[in-house]
Design a protein around this ligand. Sequence first.
Ligand code: NDP
Length: 399
Amino acid sequence: MADILIIGCGGVGSVVAHKCAQAKRDEGTFGTITLASRTPARCQKVAQSVKERLGVDLATSQVDANDVDALCRLMERTKPLLVLNIALPYQDLTIMEACLRCGVHYLDTANYEPPETAHFEYKWQWAYAERFSKAGLCALLGSGFDPGVTNVFAAYVMKHALDEVHVLDIIDCNAGDHGQPFATNFNPEINIREVTAKGRYWERGEWVETDPLAWSMDYVFPEGIGKKKCFLMYHEELESLVKHLPGIRRARFWMTFSQNYLDHLRMLEDVGMTRIDPVSFQGHEIVPVQFLAKLLPDPASLGPLTRGKTCIGNRMQGLYQGKERTVYIYNVCDHEACYAEVGSQAISYTTGVPAMVGAKMLVEGTWKKPGVFNMEQMDPDPFLADLAKYGLPWTCVDC
Ligand code: NDP
């Protein structure tokens, strides 16, 4: 059984811990599971919930993942086969570096972003490909839902439903309501940086930029969710998918937002509260978006408050056996059902389950190969079978 180390214990880390414990209990997939962040009390609280719900013991530890030496000391002590990076995108490179030094496989759910610039790109992590390959280690990038399952959905459609894809639309709908005036469903700083950035989509071989949230469309979601307004955004999986889906002509990413969320966000932007550059205040330097994040509800606290469903999926149009075909592949997830199972809302759940399944693919050897990989580069079938088994069933229909 493979020992694993989970770094990060927020909304998503908690779900990852519960799901890894479930796979350990039900299939013996993992051996010792260690959960670490800078705040040991948080890890201990999650370990207690795992023990009560699943009867599985987790080890907990303290680490600052910005510090490669500290990470190495922890890895030398716990000797994991794999590290699951469920901290923030700022820690991706230090954790990858430590994994290389200690001979440990790597997995994350979000690509690297330098703290001082609201800009994410795979180039920094893809640059590690040769070193991981030479070390015989696997780094699996973006094993959440989007990125993550959306990449695997694309690979599934290319394997089973289309010979050639022309148009890809990834559509992320959160039809849930937490009743708070303004809150984000995952880390507030990362969420606000992403949403306030310029939009970007792929059109016939080049990127086209739009103003933030300038384009929208109405989409009718299945399973009773109905019509919602979706806004065009740039999202990281587009970068790897346009590289790995040959012949793709257009690729876009859409996300739903309530008018209430958009009104609050605009006001916060107007008064400078979403700025990411330091501001001098009473002799201290503060970064406004970090101060704002401190004031907003912790995403992990939204679990008991959130009602409704999420629906995330890919609409893909292309050719199959010489004829035009459009398919829609998606998952619908219920916030209250997630809370009842693991004590978290569906955004954390839909990210945490695929992180566990990616780790399972890696430690079982199904997806383990040396190098740095995005999810669409692997065989989608075993991943999607386990995804459904561990709480995220999916549907693929012709449109
Ligand atoms: P939270 O803010 O709730 O949790 C972040 C965790 O990281 C905290 O436990 C924090 O603990 C820990 N952390 C932060 N800095 C460090 C550090 N220097 N060293 C060690 N631990 C650290 O975030 P979420 O759980 O909402 O999100 C986690 C990740 O999941 C993010 O990268 C996010 O972008 C990604 N995500 C991916 C999605 C996908 O579908 N692919 C969707 C949603 C989120 P402490 O302060 O105690 O150190």
